[in-house]
Write a protein of this length. Structure first.
Length: 75
């Protein structure tokens, strides 16, 4: 999703959002790969804008966790 995290409409954050109904243990490698390699790699190229990844597992925390992620990437 594209998010205006305070950098303006011409510098939107590409936020990859994964929502899981439960804390599935299987693809921990996927999350680690996204956070360790893919997001830093695409951001380092600076050809494709700013990117971030977030995973939500608690339905009642999604709104607060989303706001915290956007605020953290705004810095």
């Amino acid at each position: 999703m594209l998010v205006n995290d305070g950098h303006g409409d011409d510098n939107l954050l590409h936020l990859i959002v994964e929502i899981k109904a439960t804390d599935v243990r299987t693809p921990k490698e996927k999350k680690a790969t996204m956070e360790t390699y893919w997001v830093p790699g695409v951001n380092n190229s600076s050809k494709y804008g700013r990117w971030a990844f977030v995973e939500f597992t608690e339905v009642y925390q999604i709104e607060a966790d989303f706001a915290a992620k956007v605020a953290a990437d705004h810095k």
